[in-house]
Design a binder for this molecule. Sequence first.
Ligand code: ADP
Ligand code: MG
Length: 240
Amino acid sequence: MTEILQTRALGKTFGGLDAVSDVDLSVQTGEIHCLIGPNGAGKSTLFKLVVGTYAPTRGNIVFRDRDVTAQRPYQRVKEGMSIKMQTPSVFRELPVRQNLHIALQHHVASQALAQEEDRLLELLELSADAGKPAGVLSHGQQQWLEIGMALALKPALLLLDEPTAGMSPEETFRTGELIQQLNGTGVTVLVVEHDMTFVRQIAQRVTVLHFGKVFARGSIEEILADQRVEEIYLGKPHEH
Ligand code: ADP
Ligand code: MG
């Protein structure tokens, strides 16, 4: 297996606080990788370092065999990263199809646009809502639309920060199916997630952060069997 993304001894300090410290994250090409950990563990900070919102205090980020540590976010997008941040940012007044159109227009030949919009609408199960303003969709549907917009870039690596936040259990499950479908078409996915039911549904490999450091890593089966991981989630003290 080859690595699509690697961070090496990555660190980010805010004032005196090591939000992310000495993190070696490794995402394999083709996998669904979940980044988990208790609140305040440093997940969102690590995510922002990877996509380039923050510059690291220390360390490196290698994406598709290139050091992208000094690259701006848009350059990383050009290299094949696509990002869905935590809060949906669809154009609420515009029809669902128009939202996809805007996302696609600079990436798809104009004669192929309508067909690509149809393909995404079907994938997102939004075909029946194509003409409605995006703002009338349910919270879950808006999140799916935004995932669709992120897909318009045909990313090699799709990065999602808590894609199921605020979703019903049914919407959460459907989001898991959608991510698995995308992954089946060859998109590598890195998901920051707190909901362990969802992680169990989709994860192939998992990295656990705790106090900014890698606490555990392994297959989903290994992580679920790890007593220490359970303890940090339940907030119980553990022995070293
Ligand atoms: P998580 O996403 O795992 O909940 P975060 O990455 O948001 O954790 O936060 C990790 C730590 O860094 C927390 O202690 C948080 O208060 C701190 N932190 C996050 N962002 C900032 C910031 N912009 N300025 C100062 N401290 C921050
Ligand atoms: Mg967070």
